[in-house]
Design a protein around this ligand. Structure first.
Ligand SMILES: [Zn+2]
Length: 464
């Protein structure tokens, strides 16, 4: 055990954690509650959610201009008898929050009480939003809880391959720097991952030997490629990998498990909603994070049964999100897991709304069709970009055995998938650019999406 881990376990999570005061002790209490509540039967989980939802609705109708307007127009009730009754309220989009943030702020919050957060621009403009310190604490507890599902224990070293430019700069005060050191976490910034940066990360991580390695799917894959190419058998992570922020395909999971020799836990979260769903060690789907969130799925939107994810943040009173469209899709039905945890499970979460290719006749082609095909090719990474005029460019970073035949095979299959209705070409690249938050989006379409702000909701914003 390194000195840092020893200090983290004894001082940060031992002495401070057990003496019943301070941030760490509060965090331990929150995580303990999440662990206790995970075994409650679904009926009890839903009853608590309903109670929290009614407190939230009453607060919103009284204190938040936008929801007050919706209530005045008969579009939002201040009380529901069951969770499903919420589905008649209009959904909220990122664009609405970007356009009129003031309309969503509660008027009873003390000045400077709320914490500012930003979310990335993968689905358009970056969003600035606010959360209460209480909700921020629960968000952090949710992340620790999900790490624990993947094998983390208090004080263990955790590393992340993360690349957001929105993440806070190094803490300025000595106290904050000490707390950051004792938290025993390091972040490898993956704005751009190449052989040089991979080499640096590998030497850092070999020394630290994190228990859990959390990363964007593309960053973990890049690391796999580097390790295989250089015939390195990594001595990290000690327990597991957590793949998050981007869709994870079965072949990517297989590659990671082969290269690292550790199980992969899929996780789904967003900056706006925090932890949304996470796999347990049964790996039978992602358990929805029902404590503090109510997650709905729209009726099937696509021919493949994809449904939009909609969240309500039950514990957020500063800038409440009621029926917020995350812009992501989920495939398959809601299920249960044999582990016995009460929260339901969802299957694969698929990229963003813009990640479906559109055909001129209005039909769309699921991102999966491209991901499954390109995953099997001799390519290191790829991105399918559709311009507003429907034309498609497939950007590829080829591996050694890529040849002309591979190129023809990809073009032929893609032409088949798109039924020859859109012009297609392949461009070979050295590097695929990431979004502002460091993500690699496998399929991006600039053809306008059909999901738009409901006209009634737009009128309510203007009136608020
Ligand atoms: Zn489970």
């Amino acid at each position: 055990m390194t000195m840092r881990t020893a200090l983290s376990k004894t001082v940060m999570y031992g002495m401070i954690g057990h003496c019943g005061w301070g941030f760490t002790a509060q965090m331990r209490r929150r995580v303990r509650k999440l662990f206790r509540d995970q075994w409650r039967p679904i009926e009890q989980v839903r009853a608590t959610q309903l109670e929290q939802l009614n407190i939230l609705l009453e607060h919103c109708v009284k204190h938040v201009p936008y929801y007050r307007q919706l209530h005045a127009r008969g579009l939002l009730s201040d009380h529901v008898d069951c969770l499903e009754d919420l589905s008649t309220a209009p959904t909220l989009t990122k664009q609405m929050l970007v356009e009129e943030p003031q309309a969503f702020l509660a008027d009873n919050m003390p000045p400077n009480y709320l914490l500012q957060r930003r979310s990335g621009g993968s689905t358009g403009n970056p969003l600035t939003f606010y959360i209460t310190p209480e909700a921020a604490g629960w968000c952090a507890a949710g992340e620790i809880y999900a790490n624990m599902l993947a094998g983390y224990r208090w004080g263990d070293p955790v590393a992340s391959l993360w690349g957001s430019r929105f993440d806070s700069p190094p803490p300025p005060t000595l106290r904050q720097r000490t707390a950051s050191y004792l938290s025993n976490r390091i972040q490898c910034t993956v704005d751009r991952v190449d052989d040089e940066s991979c080499g640096r990360f590998v030497s850092q991580l070999s020394q630290m030997r994190p228990t859990v390695l959390v990363g964007y799917t593309s960053s973990l894959m890049e690391m796999c490629h580097y390790l295989e190419q250089n015939r390195i058998t990594p001595n990290f992570p000690r327990r597991s990998l957590v793949s998050t922020a981007e869709p994870l395909t079965p072949s990517q999971r297989q590659t990671m498990e082969r290269v690292f020799g550790r199980p992969v836990f899929n996780r789904y979260g967003s900056r706006e909603g925090g932890l949304i769903a996470a796999e347990c060690d049964f790996h039978q789907g992602l358990h929805l994070h029902c404590q503090g969130l109510y997650v709905e799925m729209s009726r099937c939107d696509g021919e493949d049964g994809a449904r939009r994810l909609i969240i309500t943040k039950l514990g957020e009173m500063g800038m409440p999100f009621i029926r917020y469209e995350l812009g992501d899709y989920v495939l398959g039905e809601i299920g249960t897991c044999a582990c016995g945890r009460g929260s339901p499970t969802i299957q694969a979460v698929r990229g963003r709304t813009v990640s479906n290719l559109r055909l001129p006749n209005g039909a769309f082609i699921a991102a999966e069709a491209f991901i499954v095909l390109l995953d099997r090719q001799a390519v290191r990474e790829y991105r399918v970009v559709q311009a507003a005029d429907y034309s498609v460019v497939v950007e590829l970073v080829p591996k050694g055995d890529w040849d002309e035949l591979s190129q023809h095979r990809v073009i032929d299959t893609l032409t088949g998938i798109t039924q020859g209705r859109v012009p297609l070409r392949i461009e070979l690249r050295q590097w695929i650019p990431r979004t502002e938050s460091g993500k690699l989006l496998p399929v991006v379409s600039h053809v306008p999406s059909t999901i738009d702000t409901a006209p009634l909701a737009r009128a309510a914003i203007q009136a608020a």
